[in-house]
Design a protein around this ligand. Structure first.
Ligand SMILES: Nc1ncnc2c1ncn2[C@@H]1O[C@H](COP(=O)(O)OP(=O)(O)O)[C@@H](O)[C@H]1O
Ligand SMILES: [Mg+2]
Length: 343
């Protein structure tokens, strides 16, 4: 198949996405596809279009070159916004139209939030992963709570704050996070008023809407759901601090155990909630649900990741491996399940 692996973009997770895209594209090539990676925002020159699917370019080099351009992205975004230019880079939509399917290697805003999916639906472009609406619901931690809590899904108590609004009292410790971010960017734990103030400043530097949640003291897990069925639970234990950006992507900084060393009934309950979260939000194909287990044995669901990372240290490939699904089988399955939606 001819496959465009879309990666990069403009979100705070641009660099992670470039690694996901690189790994996925390599895998799809090993599986025999004519696959190539494309930066959704930067696109490619006209001259490279004709050979895009057939040229076996060096993906490591491509990924490095695209990463080098990350620092120029904010300026290019403001230029395009000012001139009312398209978010899609040169030749991106044309190439996606030519592909049998687009593999969504994007993370974060303008990729995981449903906007690209909605555009592709209208343009007749096929893509991997869940649809636009479930993406949008899952991306907004505020909206997700409104959908999931009434379904009986346990989530940490919290409130939403808009820029400029003040709150009088919060119980410490609490967690402060941007409403629609990912990869723990802008997330902090505050133990007192002073830390809370700087946590708010930090989170508001990314977005105008921020969530303040009770801090759940306990163990952290994640459960991938592939085609409606939960994979084995993985436990995440950062060697230092919480599961922040560094601990997510610096190899060796976090101990991951899959299947997690927890009683079977707790694991099944976590899997049940993961599947239930996906059903309630309408998430299909594949996703990963983050969960916490407190000292009393209560489970809390944190969020649904609709385009979970596929890097070397990512969780979903490890969960798949625990049931004998290799990385290459996983990418192939994602393509298969996604294509089946169009039949
Ligand atoms: N209510 C909470 N209690 C304890 N830790 C939390 C809580 N919310 C978030 N965290 C920590 O912050 C990390 C990132 O939060 P999460 O809601 O998953 O957002 P992101 O989209 O950035 O991954 C979690 O993996 C967890 O370590
Ligand atoms: Mg998370």
């Amino acid at each position: 198949m001819r496959i465009v692996v879309l990666a990069g973009g403009t979100s705070t997770e641009r660099d992670v996405s470039l690694v996901t895209g690189y790994r996925v594209c390599e895998s799809l090539r090993r599986n025999g596809h004519d696959a190539n990676m494309l930066d959704i925002f930067l696109g490619i020159d006209d001259g490279a279009v004709a050979t895009f699917f057939t040229e076996k370019n060096d993906l490591g080099e491509l990924s490095d070159n695209l990463k080098k351009r990350t620092k120029d992205i904010p300026e290019e975004v403001s230029k395009r916004t000012k001139n009312r230019e398209s978010f899609f880079g040169p030749n991106v939509l044309e190439l996606c139209k030519k592909a049998d399917i687009v593999f969504m290697g994007l993370h974060g805003s303008n990729g995981e939030d449903g906007k690209v999916q909605a555009t592709f639906d209208l343009l007749g472009i096929r893509y991997t992963g869940t649809d636009y609406l479930s993406s949008a619901i899952s991306m907004s931690k505020e909206l997700a709570k409104k959908v999931l809590v009434p379904e009986g899904i346990p989530m940490p108590k919290g409130l939403t704050l808009h820029k400029g609004h003040k709150i009088e009292y919060v119980p410490y410790p609490c967690v402060v996070k941007p409403c629609c971010g990912g990869s723990s960017v802008g997330v902090s734990i505050a133990n007192n008023e002073q830390e809370f103030k700087s946590a708010l400043d930090e989170a508001f530097s990314y977005e105008d809407t921020v969530l303040v949640e009770e801090f759940v003291d306990g163990r952290e897990f994640s459960v991938a759901v592939l085609d409606g069925k939960a994979l084995p639970v993985i436990e995440i234990e950062p060697l230092e601090g919480f599961y922040d950006y560094k601990n997510k992507y610096k190899a060796g900084s976090t101990k991951e155990t899959c299947p997690a060393d927890i009683p079977e009934d707790v694991a099944s309950q976590m899997q049940f909630w993961a599947e239930k979260c996906c059903q309630a939000a309408g998430v299909t194909t594949y996703a990963r649900v983050d969960e916490l287990l407190d000292k009393e044995g209560n489970i809390f669901c944190l969020e649904i990741n609709t385009l979970p990372g596929m890097t070397d240290t990512s969780l979903i490939p490890q969960e798949a491996a625990a049931v004998g699904i290799s990385y290459d089988e996983l990418t192939e399955k994602i393509i298969e399940i996604s294509l089946a939606k169009y039949e």
